[in-house]
Design a protein. Structure first.
Length: 426
């Protein structure tokens, strides 16, 4: 029988069934193709970033994306940037953003804010752009919900740009984060303000992950400029809170052992303790009120004082205190001052580089004798360190007044001595 005859003998219902199956497979194939297209990493990332951008008012982009749907779904985005709508300047950039989210978070569609882990490689945050975006956002009465990071947050090679300061090479490891739960973190990096740098390697602990909390910090710091270094081991305890957008440390207790290492002078070691209120805003640290105690070596005497300190591009210092006794490493006082056992009240004023290279104003009193002077600490230390002073007068500008002075047996009454140094004139 010929093929044409066989086709003619095929029942019409069978041909109709094949046609119906074929017509049903076409939309299924189109659906599968659409699903495969949706599951492409770049497509999935575009959808997620557009939804996130619509919710935040940001334009968020990523150059490429990868994801996995195993035991813990994750997405990894490369070359991420976020900017306020219409702005040419990004407020956030990162070489890589990694986000792993448990299935239960996906199934419950945000009712549970559990995130497995977040990793940021080379993130860069512009605080001015961030604050501008925050101010442009409409006020919301809804309480901000923070997620739980089950395996924490990791930051590598981070950067924060502030007004007149920046943090570079920031490394951070937070093993676990949950709102209002205790938090621990390891932080490393470098802060730069003008010509001064601050390297830090610190362990941080919060009594709870909130803006009002108990704070503990310990670790290594090194402050340095072109001609000096100041390495230190520190321990800090305080209560942290926010006021008018600024960070405040109340009841701050700081203890540190440090060394001052000048490029062209002898090193100095001392122990330093402080208690007070610290205020941090726009790269400036202010401590007021401030109480300090210093236990020094060599020409640095032990003393206690109180007052105010501010650190921005310069150091601003105003202290009052007293020396319990005249240091034995300093030149002996003339009679009858040397016989007095009275403490020596003093006042210090300083404005200049943090290495104390600028002139310092000093007022010092013992009984009815009084000194008002301006001096440079390095020059004074060099003069004190000499076995036989090349000059009998210290390198300072000022005046001394005393009611009575005995010099080589001669008794002088109502003594006033003035010392001039043009290099120390205001």
């Amino acid at each position: 029988m010929s093929p044409s005859a066989q086709a003619a003998d095929t029942p019409k219902p069978a041909r109709r069934r094949r046609r119906a199956i074929l017509l049903a497979l076409i939309p299924l194939a189109l659906l599968l193709a659409g699903m495969l297209l949706m599951l492409r990493p770049s497509t999935l990332a575009d959808i997620a970033l557009k939804q996130l951008g619509a919710a935040t008012g940001l334009e968020i982009q990523a150059a490429s994306a990868r994801y996995g749907l195993g035991a813990t779904p994750y997405i990894s985005l490369d070359d991420v940037s976020a900017r306020a709508t219409g702005s040419a300047k990004p407020l956030f950039q990162a070489r890589r953003v990694y986000l792993a989210v448990p299935w239960k978070t996906l199934r419950r569609r945000g009712q549970v804010l559990d995130i497995e882990r977040i990793e940021l490689d080379a993130p860069s945050l512009d605080l001015a752009a961030l604050q501008s975006w925050q101010q442009s956002r409409p006020a919301s009465a809804a309480e901000t919900r923070l997620p739980t990071l089950l395996r924490g947050l990791g930051i590598r090679e981070g950067r924060v740009q502030g007004e007149g300061w920046r943090v570079e090479n920031l490394q951070a490891d937070i093993p676990h984060f949950a709102p209002d739960a205790p938090l621990q973190a390891a932080l490393q990096g470098r802060s730069l303000t003008g010509s001064t740098r601050l390297d830090f390697d610190l362990n941080l602990a919060l009594s709870k992950a909130a803006i009002s909390t108990g704070l503990g910090v310990s670790g290594q710091l090194e402050v340095a400029d072109a001609t000096w270094r100041l390495p230190a081991r520190i321990r800090l305890r305080a209560h942290l809170h926010q006021q008018d957008g600024h960070l405040i440390l109340e009841r701050a207790r700081l203890s540190t052992a440090l060394q001052y290492l000048p490029e062209d002078g002898a090193p100095l070691a001392l122990a330093f303790g402080a208690y007070g209120r610290l205020h941090w805003a726009s790269g400036t640290i202010t401590a007021e009120p401030l109480a300090i105690a210093i236990r020094g070596q060599a020409s640095i005497p032990d003393f206690s004082a109180y007052g105010r300190l501010a650190l921005d591009e310069n150091l601003h210092l105003a202290l009052q205190g007293e020396l319990p006794h005249w240091p034995s490493s300093w030149p002996a006082l003339p009679a009858p001052l040397h016989a007095s056992r009275s403490p020596l009240p003093f006042a210090i004023g300083y404005q200049g580089d943090a290495d104390f290279s600028a002139p310092l104003d000093l007022q010092l009193r013992r009984d009815d004798s009084h000194l008002e002077a301006r001096l440079r600490i390095r020059q004074m230390q060099a003069w004190l360190a000499q076995d036989a002073h090349s000059s009998p007068l210290p390198p300072l500008q000022g005046k001394v007044s005393t009611p009575r002075l005995i010099v080589e047996g001669a008794v002088l009454e109502g003594v006033e001595i003035g010392i001039e140094d043009p290099s120390l004139s205001p």
